[in-house]
Design a protein around this ligand. Structure first.
Ligand code: FES
Length: 270
């Protein structure tokens, strides 16, 4: 069990949760994830690690209240124990000097790009973050991102901050206008990562996406997280979660995302 040290609602339906997990905090690297079981009757929920503090022994993750399990998790309070918290899992993001790196984050992915951007900045890269949400009040960690980035660009669907539209529109416009990126990294909803990959494909810029396929064990045993990359089956949990977005078979991924929609609705009603 791990204790919740701090839990804050940082935007409507979006929570930041910091837990005491010293072993994980000591070993975590940018881009890795944990699997959480809130209580003994809950399913396993994979969460991208958004931050950690090896000295304090804490790990922070951001989650969106989107289904029955995350709604249950949202009811936990500071001082409560989570039944299980396993990690760090997955391969870390490749961190080296690339030049100019664009990092695109939406929903929980804004928290996901933060440690990656920080590590890449420390390696001497120029960091441009693209943060997106439906409206200004749904964006979070703006100051944190601004602190470690050379530029933070905002996109909101209602136009209340930054460009009106999505971060993938902004990336596309920047590329068409001749802006040079040496690498693009996208973390967030599947459709956003797909659109970012499609936007950068004609320009041949390596685009890394963090795949969030359905996971169960998170250690390569169940096959639930499989995806097809360059015609080969890969497991997001152990071969990823980071893959070249130009090599992912998006048709399969996008069709599988809704496979359990009916069960999810029943679960929420219960
Ligand atoms: Fe089971 Fe990846 S989650 S193999």
């Amino acid at each position: 069990m791990v204790k919740i040290k701090e839990k804050t609602k940082i935007a409507p339906n979006i929570h930041s949760c910091t837990v005491e997990a010293p072993d994980i905090a000591r070993k975590a690297l940018p881009g890795q994830f944990v699997i959480i079981i809130p209580d003994e009757y809950s399913e396993r929920i994979p969460m991208t690690i958004a931050d950690w503090d090896a000295k304090k022994g804490t790990v922070t993750f951001i989650f969106l209240e989107i289904g029955a399990s995350t709604q249950k998790l949202a009811e936990f309070k500071q001082g409560d124990d989570l039944y299980s918290f396993t990690g760090p899992l997955g391969k870390p993001m490749e961190i080296k000097k690339f030049g100019t790196v664009a990092l695109v984050g939406g929903c929980y992915g804004i928290g996901g790009i933060y440690p990656v951007a920080r590590a890449l900045k420390e390696k001497g890269n120029k960091i441009i973050c693209f943060s997106e949400a439906r409206s200004k009040f749904m964006l979070y960690w703006n100051e944190k991102l601004e602190e470690i980035s050379d530029e933070v660009r905002y996109a909101t669907v209602d136009g209340s901050l930054g460009i009106k539209g999505h971060a993938y529109d902004d990336i596309e416009e920047n590329l068409k206008a001749g802006k040079k990126f040496d690498r693009i990294i996208a973390i967030g909803c599947t459709f956003m990562m797909y659109r970012v990959s499609e936007a950068s494909r004609p320009f041949g810029i390596e685009t890394i996406v963090s795949m969030n396929t359905v996971m169960i064990d998170g250690t390569g045993m169940c096959g639930a997280c499989r995806l097809v990359v360059e015609g080969k089956t890969k497991f997001a949990c152990v071969d990823g979660p980071h893959f070249n977005g130009h090599k992912v078979d998006w048709d399969i991924i996008l069709s599988r995302r809704k496979a359990y929609l009916d069960e999810e609705i029943i679960s929420q009603e219960r």
